[in-house]
Structures are given as C-alpha cells and as structure tokens.
Design a protein around this ligand. Sequence first.
Ligand SMILES: [Cu+2]
Length: 316
Amino acid sequence: MHSLFDPSSPQARAVAGLWWWMLAVGGTVWLIVIVAMLWAAITRRQRRLSSDLVRLDDTAHVRTERVVTIASGITVAILIAFLAYDFTVGHALAQHPLRALTIDVTGHQWWWQVLYEDPDPSRQLVTANEIHVPVGVPIQFKLRAADVIHSFWAPSLNGKKDLIPGYTTTLWFQADTAGRYRGQCAEFCGLQHAKMAFYIVAEPKPKFAAWLAAASQAPASPSDPHLVYGQRVFLSAGCATCHTIAGTQARATVGPDLTHLGSRETLAAGTLANTRENLLRWIVDPGLWKPGVHMPAVPLSPPQQEALADYLESMK
Ligand SMILES: [Cu+2]
C-alpha cells in the first residue's frame, strides 16, 4: 500500500483529513469563481448585444465593491481557518506518546540503513530497506542522512520528513493494521533517487517479537561445502569492505547489512524482487539495474557468483 487515500495510522488519517477538507473547500471556491466568471461574461455580452452602453452607475459601483469586500473577507477567513487546522494537525503529529520502540533510519545514496535501538548496544539490530514494526505500538523514527538530504515518506502511515546531514529529525506513527506499506525517498537525492524505496512490514506483536528475535541472531555458519565456498568468495572478493554479515569478519557499513538478506523481499531498495536469479543479476552488474550505484561490479567467475548468491539467499 502506498497511498495517502488509504491511511492506516491515526497520523496518516489526520493528514488525509486535512487533505480532503482542503480539496472540498478549495474545489467549492473554484467552482463558485468559475460560475461567477461565466455569469459575468454572459450577462455583459448580452448587454453589449442589446447595444446597451455598459456604464456602471453609482449603485452598481457600490454593489461591486461590496461583493469584492465580502469575497475577500471570506477568502481570508477560509485561509485563517486552514492555518489553524494545519497547526492542530501538525501539533497532533508532533506529540510523542510513550513510545515502545525507537528505530534509527539513515538515508544513503540510494538505500536505507535501519537500526533498532536497544539499551544494550550489543543487542542493537541493523538491517536495511525493510522495516518491521509491531501493530498498535507508537514507533519513533530518528532520521539521519549520511550524504545528501533524503526524505522518509510512507504515505499510508505518515507525512514526509526530511533526513538532513548532521542533524537528527524525528517522526512517529502507530500502524493500525498489519500489512506491507511502501515508502519512498521524497527528496531528490541524485541519479537513483527514484529507486530508493523501502517497505514497512507491520505485524501483530507476537509475530514482530519473533521476527526481532530471529533477526538479532547471527546466522549459523554454513556447513554445506557449496555455501562454505560462497562465504569464502564473499569474504575474499571485496564484498566485506562494504558490507556486514553478523558472525563473520565482514563488518563494513558502506553498503546495506546483508546478514539476513534471504528474508528480505526486495533487493537494492525496492529495485528488484529478491529472487536467486535477480540476486545473481545484481551481483554480476549492479549498475545495470541502478546506473551510478555505489557498488562496483566485482569480477567473479560464474561458479563463484552462483555460490555467492546461494550463500546470501541461504541466510533467512
Ligand atoms: Cu531521494
């Protein structure tokens, strides 16, 4: 779901309410103005056709002035009412209730790093591009940017919020219903801005807790020789200079954490469905799918690529 008109949180509903009111009032005013304009044009033309000299007498002048004054007054009143409404919506969105969960999201060109805060730093979970949240729980997002300005926007859950380098912004929402909500970077951030999507997976609390527990576990070391080979390729081909896989020596944070890549539904921030075929294609030439991407095509033999893809997909 990716729609302002399909709100699934109190926050998105407040924003949608404001939008509908603006559409209704703005639309009504527009209609009235158009009708008045047509009416004026038609009556004037009729008067001219009857070769009436169009000269406004004093009473007509006074009448026109009065209409203009009243219309201006109504316009100002409408704008002030909307200003007040807008402030109340903004205020409601800014109110932070006691939140159960804080998630740090860092925007990178062109992917999202996701960190689940925990009082014990060693238990902080890091993942990318897919954000699991429990339903019915207020969740705070701390938003940062690693390079340029990005904007976090999941329209069914809340309005946009910019991610600004060197500064932390916050946003919160509470998902009402379980589902998969699409989000998108909403601030132009370079060549692949359009391919910088993310998904918010809202789940019932027990399911979320199970996901969190599983995702916090480092995957077991592979025993299958093919996968052992895949891991060796990963660790020796340079992938580890940019990526992390928990439980291995790969600890770099230049690119997305790949620890449980097999459990994610898309690759490269919503660019490709996460299938073995697509993963292989991505590894062989990431720039083909995302020209300008900050991941090089690493020269590997076909058996190395296959083993690597199988190893990464095996980590659910
Ligand atoms: Cu962007």
